[in-house]
Ligand binder design. Structure first.
Ligand SMILES: Cc1cc2nc3c(=O)[nH]c(=O)nc-3n(C[C@H](O)[C@H](O)[C@H](O)COP(=O)(O)OP(=O)(O)OC[C@H]3O[C@@H](n4cnc5c(N)ncnc54)[C@H](O)[C@@H]3O)c2cc1C
Length: 417
């Protein structure tokens, strides 16, 4: 007979102890690791795949969307990897296209320079916690299960995987029905300079009109001037944190990619061949923790400023239809702050959540989710973790003045301050 559940008990060897354990090596996680290390902390960065950069590399996102500033660690990345785009001031907007392969290599080198210990192929499995403090995380490694013990933990998994496992309350997707933004498999095509034969592998769709396309539109960029076409045109109704949805999305999105390539090769890109498909289908939205403050649509639309700001952005509200319709809700915003409290769960004194899974409503997260903002939140989270260790206080009680002072010291400039 099928048992509904099992209990699982095991003695697990501690692989490493660190001051700050960062789980997830995307924009938020890499920035958190760097900033904590710069505060003199021993940092372990645990990443479940073979690469850093999160959706920016794994998902081939390849564009930094404009947020109204280029500051802090994000500014360093631009200045070191994309110097031609670096604006003179911290409060200008840029939206460069970059190579995800170069970003991957750049982040590896950066972590070495910053003395962050990176652990690839290390997937978070569970938390060990007692009396409102996380003691260790259990991780699946190439050598089996290992524990990583820390003073503080920063959940940058994008899905709030660590926080949810520990028992932090969370919600998912749209408030009315829980539906999340759809998933998209990014790919590139390359201009070969000569006609290519369009292929349509078994099981794919033949799109005739633009209105047949999954998003009902063409969405691509060709800014690198090297004949590369970056394509964001697939769309699958799915929640990237649900087993059944992901199983469906990975197969459906790939089918769409080949179908879109075939369509483009017949309608304007007759000399372009499929060059690269992202290793995984991109996930825009999954879970949001309930933190000390929840960023709302009202804050985004009205440009709310907060005394404990850790990031600023004017990126639009950008909601790809969660209903699988071919529409995208895009609304300009003038600019707002993201407060530190959105990253702080009430339940644990040594845990923060940074990146797209912070405490925010569905509409608010659609604006704050882009990479530059996640780098900014991560940078603040790493510093906050270091401050909480130095001052022997909980994440809830750190000095915001000190956090702001260290952010400034690390090159972050807020506008209007
Ligand atoms: C299709 C698509 C297009 C987008 N377009 C743009 C764009 O043009 N410009 C832009 O700036 N932004 C864009 N975004 C948004 C942006 O890429 C993400 O919102 C951003 O990368 C989120 O950063 P993050 O660090 O919070 O999470 P993620 O980038 O999701 O990174 C999370 C990391 O945690 C790791 N992880 C997850 N679970 C575990 C675990 N259990 N154990 C260990 N590691 C784990 C993952 O492997 C990953 O490396 C797009 C997103 C998608 C999906």
């Amino acid at each position: 007979m099928l048992k509904e559940s099992y209990s699982f008990e095991r003695r697990i060897e501690t692989h490493m102890q660190a001051d700050v354990i960062v789980i997830g090596g995307g924009p938020a996680g890499t920035a958190a690791a760097i900033s904590a290390a710069r505060c003199g902390k021993k940092v372990a960065l645990l990443e479940k795949t073979a690469q850093l950069g999160g959706m920016g590399t794994l998902g081939n996102v390849s564009i930094f969307m404009p947020v109204g500033n280029v500051t802090g660690i994000y500014r360093e990345i631009v200045s070191e990897m994309l110097a031609e785009y670096l604006p003179s001031g911290h409060h200008e907007s840029i939206d460069p296209q970059y190579s995800p392969f170069l970003l991957r290599q750049y982040l590896n080198e950066k972590m070495k320079k910053e003395q962050v210990q990176v652990f690839f192929h290390c997937e978070f499995v569970g938390t060990i916690h007692k009396d409102g403090r996380i003691q260790a995380v259990v991780v699946s490694t190439r050598e089996g299960l290992k524990a990583f013990e820390g003073e503080t933990f920063i959940d940058c998994t994008g899905d709030a995987r660590v926080a949810i496992d520990a028992g932090v309350p969370y919600r998912t997707g749209r408030e009315e029905d829980g539906l999340t933004q759809p998933m998209t498999l990014m790919f590139t095509m390359q201009n070969t300079g000569k006609p290519v034969t369009p292929l349509l592998p078994e099981g794919c769709y033949r799109y005739e009109e633009e209105s047949d396309l999954p998003q009902g539109r063409r969405l691509y960029w060709e800014r690198n001037n090297d004949g590369t076409l970056l394509v964001n045109m697939s769309r699958v109704k799915a929640n990237g944190a649900i087993i059944k949805d992901v199983n469906y999305a990975e197969a459906e999105a790939l089918k769409q990619v080949f179908s879109i390539v075939n369509y483009l090769q017949r309608t304007g890109f007759e000399t372009y061949a499929l060059a690269h498909i992202a290793p995984q289908t991109g996930v825009r939205e999954t879970n949001q923790i309930r933190g000390l403050y929840t960023l709302s649509e009202h804050d985004v639309v009205n440009g709310t400023r907060f005394p404990d700001a850790v990031a600023q952005t004017n990126y639009e509200i950008d909601i790809h239809s969660p209903d699988a319709k071919k529409t995208t809700d895009e609304r300009k915003v003038d600019g707002y702050d993201i407060p530190y409290r959105c990253m702080v769960p009430a339940e644990f004194g040594n845990l923060l959540v940074a990146g797209r899974a912070i405490s925010a409503t569905h509409v608010a997260m659609s604006s704050m989710r882009v990479q530059a903002t996640c780098y900014a939140m991560g940078q603040a989270a790493g510093i906050a973790a270091a401050v909480s260790i130095e001052d022997s206080c909980s994440m809830q009680d750190i000095s915001i003045d000190k956090l702001h002072g260290l952010l400034e010291y690390q090159g972050v400039r807020f506008s209007g301050r």
